[in-house]
Each structure stands twice: as structure tokens, then as C-alpha cells.
Design a protein around this ligand. Structure first.
Ligand code: MN
Ligand code: MN
Length: 281
């Protein structure tokens, strides 16, 4: 475990924390390649202050202007339902403490219990979902909790008021129909604006699947989907976001597919920049 660019505080030495890392080393709901369970460890390892500083591009010093702690991993040693309950519990405790959870996946199935926990506190919650895929299959190979399904479950349960999906480039007519039914706003990779400006009225949950990026920028994911976004495009979107971010997950890092920790480093950079936007919206 390292120190997130020197920004990390020791939990035993702080009275109150504002941002909390929660790892979820879980990939049992991956439909193709496994490996995302090693994601949290890879991000922690790459984030050392020996390589990175705690300052964001917009000038927020995360070691001075906030209190970031690492609450460790959710216990994923039991069956899947126990893991999902563990996610809900741990994320729920962070929001109950008035802090913002930064959840490190794991495959994308973990977003459903995490959003459930956050929606338990924020009755009107918006969701910004960055992904190559809409993840709105009714089921995948009969599994309704697959990493290809979390957004379908979240919409059906009415957990969010507004869902905005960005970077989509691998959908199906069924998922397009579901997007229309639930009034999902979709910004495909093809339609990605030159100057992305997104504004959310309700508290915002951000769910970022690393395959939203072109594989050239993020090779360490299980499903390579060419034609994706650049690092700069997503950073621009985050830095120009007008929203109160109350939770954030970053999923689908598969270190066994990564090259020179390119994707893990990008994941860490995204955590820094989103944390900076939480500190100074
Ligand atoms: Mn996904
Ligand atoms: Mn995806």
C-alpha cells in the first residue's frame, strides 16, 4: 500500500476524514477475462509519492486541503452476495460519516451495490457513467448481476434521477431502447464534444470504466474497444464538470493486460483530478 502521491493520511491519526479509498478486489462477474480483482492493489502500488506529488492540475494540494484515508478492501472471500452486502455496508458507512467514497474495482458489477449505498443517503442522486459500453443488458448468459448489467439494475430500482452515459461505442438495439425508456442521456464516443461541459443539479455519483479510453491510452482492461476517448478528453470533462460529487468508482483495471503500468497511472491521475474537483467544485 502506498500513499497516493503523499496525500494519504493515517486513519488512526485523523479525527475526521473527507475522502476515503475503498478497494473491491472482485472480478467474479466478469463475462470474459478475469483479472480486475487485482485492480485496487495495482493502483495503490503505482500511486507512490516517490513518483507523484499530491497537487492536481487545477492547483489543489490534496495533502493540505483535504483529508484522504484508505479504508482498505471489502472482504471478497465469501460468496458474491456477501461481497455485495460488504460493499453496501462499507460505502454506506463512508457516506454516513459525511465523506466521499473513492471505490476501486473490481469489475463493473460492484457499481450496483455501491450506488445502492449512496442512494440510501442522497434521495435525489445523478449518475455520470463513462464507459465504452452502456452496461444495460437485462442479463448476460442468464446472469442479471454481470458486469454488463449494473446500469439496468440501477435504472429499474429507481436509484438515480438522471443517468448520463459518455464514451459509448458498443451498444445494442435492446440497450438503446432501454436508454430511451429511462430517458438516459447518451454522449457517444462519435459525438464527443470538443469542449465537454456537463452540469448536474443533484448530488453526483461518477462511475468510470477504464475501457471508456481508447486502448492506446488504457491497455489494461479486459475488453479492448478501439475508437475511445483520450486521457485529455476525459480530464477536460472532469475539470469542467459543474457538480457536487458525492461518490466515485473507478472499475475494470486489469493489471494482467496493462503495459508499463500505463492504465494504473491513468487511474491514479483520474483519482487525483476528481478528488481535486471534490475539494474545490
Ligand atoms: Mn462497464
Ligand atoms: Mn466497459
Amino acid at each position: 500500500m502506498t500513499d497516493f502521491g503523499g496525500a494519504l493520511k493515517n486513519l488512526s491519526e485523523v479525527k475526521k476524514y473527507k475522502l476515503a479509498i475503498v478497494g473491491v478486489p472482485f472480478d467474479e462477474k466478469s463475462s470474459f477475462r478475469r483479472g480486475a480483482a487485482a485492480g485496487p492493489e495495482a493502483i495503490r502500488r503505482v500511486s507512490t509519492g516517490k513518483c507523484y506529488n499530491p497537487d492536481t492540475e487545477l492547483g489543489v494540494d490534496l495533502s493540505e486541503e483535504t483529508v484522504l484515508v484508505d479504508l482498505g478492501d471489502v472482504d471478497t472471500s465469501g460468496d458474491m452476495l456477501k461481497t455485495f452486502a460488504g460493499i453496501e455496508d462499507k460505502v454506506g458507512r463512508v457516506v454516513a460519516d459525511g465523506a466521499v467514497p473513492i471505490i476501486l474495482g473490481g469489475d463493473h458489477s460492484i457499481t450496483y451495490p455501491a450506488v445502492k449505498a449512496v442512494a440510501g443517503k442522497f434521495k435525489s442522486l445523478d449518475l455520470l457513467h463513462l464507459d465504452a459500453h452502456p452496461d444495460m443488458y437485462q442479463d448476460l448468459y442468464g446472469d442479471r448481476l454481470s458486469h454488463a448489467c449494473p446500469m439496468a439494475r440501477i435504472l429499474e430500482d429507481g436509484l438515480v434521477k438522471n443517468l448520463v452515459q459518455v464514451g459509448i461505442r458498443a451498444t445494442t438495439p435492446e440497450m438503446e431502447a432501454m436508454a430511451r425508456k429511462y430517458r438516459v442521456r447518451t454522449i457517444t464516443a462519435r459525438e464527443y464534444p470538443e469542449k465537454p461541459r456537463l452540469e448536474f443539479k443533484n448530488p453526483l455519483y461518477i462511475s468510470l470504466d477504464l475501457d471508456v479510453f481508447d486502448p492506446a491510452y488504457a491497455p489494461g482492461v479486459s475488453h479492448h474497444e478501439p475508437g475511445g476517448l483520450t486521457s485529455r478528453q476525459v480530464l477536460d470533462l472532469i475539470q469542467n464538470l459543474k457538480a457536487r460529487i458525492v461518490a466515485f468508482d473507478l472499475v475494470e483495471l486489469n493489471p494482467s493486460r496493462d503495459v508499463s503500468e500505463i492504465t494504473a497511472s491513468l487511474a491514479f491521475k483520474l483519482i487525483k483530478e476528481i478528488a481535486g474537483k471534490i475539494v474545490r467544485p
